[in-house]
Design a protein around this ligand. Structure first.
Ligand code: FMN
Length: 389
């Protein structure tokens, strides 16, 4: 298993990545679209899926979080597959869950291009996509056509769906816009993530204010309860995704508000507006507007995850700067129950989830009856090159 992971990992970083990063004149968004189209094709072809299964191991540490059974603790972060085009491929790449979206109440084109920038020396990305997506109803229809219903495991892994605010909808009407998305996606989602933390929709982060969070999540949780009655199931768990650019007192207010409203947990963090930790060679792109992700976010995301796990009993899904297995282990040691990858997947490639899973399996259980263990560090299997990432 380790050899396979090593081969796929080395093949990507040494052979495929250099070619990929130069294709489409180096345009990261065009390359991304091509990769999603390729993965969509792989996902729809049983033979290709089986071949992928031979290359990439899927074994990992199974957990139950918020009543959902996850085959392993490594997920795909929101934004990679906004419209669920490659929904059938993610399990084959070793992910234990995939968060599709962010989708909004209405379809929208997002910001003008270019809107994604690669900062390779820093192993980072800056994006200001602005929730380009086909709308919540289109994603719901796509998943319905695949037979994906909450809890039926149709895609082999749990599916989360991230919902955000339509840009054209005024902030004062945000609740209705989120409710429209929830109505559409709830029957097809194992959990719903409420995104109030993207830096690329004007004013969106104002919804992180304690009172706004309590109102928004209160309405969404109550609607989830009503929908559950209609669909004769349990209410879909609702997670809140938070920004890393937040002062501790504001975060305290947000945590309390989300708990009061009935949130199932937190996803921490989204991208940052800060520009710390960038290498000089990336200076030309450091001034681009948007959210920064990847290696420069690692430390900040850890601080926020550590703060949240210390201040709430609700589960935390860690996202932000997880570029190597060690980064995921650090998040687990801080008490995160699950992790998600975006930029690490771009730089380290399709073996990263499998590599993290191998490390996760090689360690002692961190959780025993919900109490955190000492978090003792043990070295993982040799599959990961510590210099990589
Ligand atoms: C190009 C791009 C698009 C993203 N789109 C979304 C999105 O639609 N919704 C969301 O909640 N997060 C989005 N994110 C944030 C990621 O889900 C993730 O939280 C963030 O990038 C930090 O993780 P990372 O350092 O592993 O990339 C996006 C990130 C990138 C780089």
């Amino acid at each position: 298993m380790r050899l396979r992971v090593k081969l796929v990992s080395g093949g990507y970083t040494r052979l495929l990545r250099p070619v990929l990063f130069r294709s489409h004149h180096g345009d990261p968004e065009a390359i991304h679209e091509q990769m999603i189209a390729l993965l969509a094709a792989v996902g729809s072809n049983p033979l290709a899926q089986r071949a992928l299964g031979l290359l990439i191991p899927r074994a990992g540490r199974a957990v139950n979080v918020a009543g959902i059974d996850f085959p392993n603790r490594v997920g795909l972060a929101a934004g990679m597959d906004k419209d669920g085009l490659a929904a059938r491929a993610w399990a084959g790449l070793g992910f234990g869950f995939a968060e599709l979206g962010t989708v909004t109440g209405r379809a929208q084109p997002g910001n003008d291009k270019p809107r994604v920038f690669r900062l390779p020396a820093s192993k980072a990305l800056i994006n200001r996509m602005g929730f380009n997506n086909e709308g919540a109803a289109a994603l719901a229809a796509r998943l319905a056509a695949l037979g994906v219903e909450r809890g039926n495991g149709r895609l082999g892994i749990p599916i989360g769906i991230s919902i955000g605010k339509t840009k054209a909808v005024p902030l004062a009407d945000a609740v209705d816009d989120y409710l429209a998305s929830l109505n559409a996606v709830a029957p097809h989602a194992d959990y719903v993530a409420v995104n109030v933390s993207s830096p690329n929709t004007p004013g969106l982060r104002k919804l992180q204010d304690g009172r706004a969070v309590e109102e928004l999540l209160g309405e969404l949780c109550s609607r989830a309860g009503n929908l559950a009655v209609r669909y004769r199931g349990a209410p879909v768990p609702i997670f809140l995704k938070v920004a890393p650019d937040i002062e501790w007192p504001d975060l305290d207010g947000l945590l309390l508000a989300a708990e009061n409203a009935g949130a199932a947990g937190f996803i921490a963090t989204n991208t940052t507006l800060r520009r710390r930790g960038l290498k000089g060679r990336d200076a030309a792109k450091a001034g681009e507007d948007g959210g920064l992700s990847g290696r420069p976010l690692t430390r900040l995301a850890r601080e926020v995850v550590g703060y949240i796990t210390a201040h709430t009993a609700l589960p935390v899904i860690a996202s932000g700067g997880i570029m190597r297995p060690e980064d995921a282990m650090a998040m687990f040691d801080l008490g995160a129950r699950l992790v998600q990858l975006y930029t690490g997947f771009v730089y380290s490639g399709p073996a990263l989830a499998a590599n993290i899973n191998a490390w996760d399996l090689a360690r002692e259980p961190l959780w025993d009856g919900g109490r955190r263990s000492s978090g003792r560090e043990t070295s993982g299997p040799a599959a990961s090159d510590p210099k990589e990432g």
